[in-house]
Write a protein that binds this ligand. Structure first.
Ligand code: ADP
Length: 395
């Protein structure tokens, strides 16, 4: 047995945690602390069929981690008895140089801190989470696993923005890509599901959660992905805009008089499905569409249009795809999104089986028609398991 790994994903006001056994893939417990620092903070932990909850009083990330440990203990998961071999930390941005899973030491903390300007919303909370966890668990190796890692070797044609090359080089501006842990894991699972070597497959992976990204993967290596320098580029997301004309930002600054913080907040937190309809949850969006809500309909139409555009682009880049896989909250659960993303693509070799698509089944499954040259799959992502396994490669 390879022991137990604690995986932490630290956001500015949240901490997600999971205890799992990387060799068996068994998750012992998982949970989230939300609204850290607010009166309405909550912590939940799920272990088997049991859910435990604590409300209020979680002042900072240190308290959040302590609460998580208390909840583990309450659920009978005592870290001391579990053979904890590593703590894996999800880090969104690894910049140019950090891409392999890396054991955390003081020098790495310095490097991660220096990367904050590239990912101001994501990396500082991750560093905070790492520091708090290192203090709480000083005798276990801590490993940073980067969301950008899988896309480190994107072909230059896909990684390069057509902007002034000297400026780009000086400021490390390139397309980094994100959700890499998920795209890699899901593409490997798809190959396993199809019992086909990954080297012989062209794949399109659609990670559709609150954050959303698409990737084109040929022979196991990414050839394009929809996110760029930051996780804002590409698909329409819950609260992020995805692609916009860069001229919009200049116009907002020069003519509308918005400051850089306001523009960033607007693009990150008040755009996407939320910006267009005031709602990020697709279950509610569908209900509102059914009751004739035009804003919800437009948001949905923009979302689907963008998704289809990326699928088409990736088909053109690879020439063909053997498999299209949906994953994450929307991709795994929303049959309408999957149907509308792929409808009328039979001339391009993609045909859904409506019945399979609408089945409430969970778990990895095929949803394409038997006669479809391209297989369409739904595969639950499991970034925590992938992070836990990545930890084992370096400890
Ligand atoms: P995150 O990016 O935060 O990890 P998730 O992958 O958990 O996001 O996806 C969350 C989103 O998934 C929700 O906002 C909601 O839109 C969507 N979702 C979850 N369950 C369903 C469902 N049963 N039907 C449709 N959409 C769902």
């Amino acid at each position: 047995m390879s022991g137990t790994v604690l995986v932490l994903n630290s956001g500015s006001s949240s901490l997600k945690y999971q205890l799992l056994q990387p060799d068996t893939g068994v998750s012992l417990a998982h949970g989230i602390v939300e609204r850290i620092g607010e009166a309405a903070s909550t912590a939940t932990l799920t272990s088997g069929n049991e859910e435990i909850r604590r409300d209020g009083g979680i002042a900072d990330h240190e308290a959040a981690l302590r609460t998580a440990f208390d909840l583990f203990a309450e659920a009978g998961q005592h870290l001391d008895d579990l053979g904890l071999v590593a703590v894996g930390h999800r880090v969104v941005h690894g910049g140019q140089d950090l891409y392999r899973p890396t054991i955390v030491d003081d020098a790495l903390i310095v490097k991660l801190t220096e990367l904050a300007p590239l990912a101001p919303l994501h990396n500082p909370p991750a560093v905070l989470g790492i520091e708090v966890a290192r203090r709480a668990l000083p005798d276990v190796p801590h490993v940073a696993v980067f969301d950008t890692a899988f896309f480190h070797d994107l072909p230059a044609a896909s990684a390069t923005y057509a902007i002034d090359r000297d400026l780009a080089s000086r400021w490390h501006i390139r397309r980094y890509g994100f959700h890499g842990t998920s795209h890699q894991y899901v593409s490997q699972q798809a190959a396993q599901f199809l019992e086909t070597p990954i080297e012989s497959l062209n794949q399109i992976v659609l990670h559709l959660g609150n954050g959303a990204s698409a990737s084109a993967i040929a022979g196991g290596r990414p050839v394009d992905t929809s996110m760029g320098l930051t996780p804002m580029e590409g698909l329409v997301m819950g609260t992020r805009s995805g692609d916009v004309d860069p001229g919009v930002l200049v116009y907002l600054w020069r003519t509308a008089g918005l400051g850089v913080e306001e523009i960033e907040a607007m693009l990150n937190r008040r755009s996407g499905m939320y910006g267009l309809s005031g709602e990020i949850d697709f279950r509610v969006v569908h209900q509102r569409i059914e009751s004739g809500d035009e804003a919800a309909q437009l948001a949905y139409d923009v979302y689907i249009h963008r998704l289809r555009k990326y699928i088409g682009a990736y088909l053109a880049i690879m020439g063909h795809t053997d498999v299209v896989t949906f994953t994450a909250g929307v991709g795994e659960n929303d049959a309408r999104v999957r149907r509308d993303a792929l409808t009328a693509l039979a001339p391009l070799g993609i045909e859904l089986d409506e019945h399979l698509n609408e089945s409430p089944a969970r778990g990895a499954r095929r949803i394409s028609a038997d006669k479809s040259p391209t297989t369409v799959l739904v595969i639950p992502t499991n970034e925590e398991l992938a992070i836990a396994r990545a930890c084992l490669t370096v400890i």
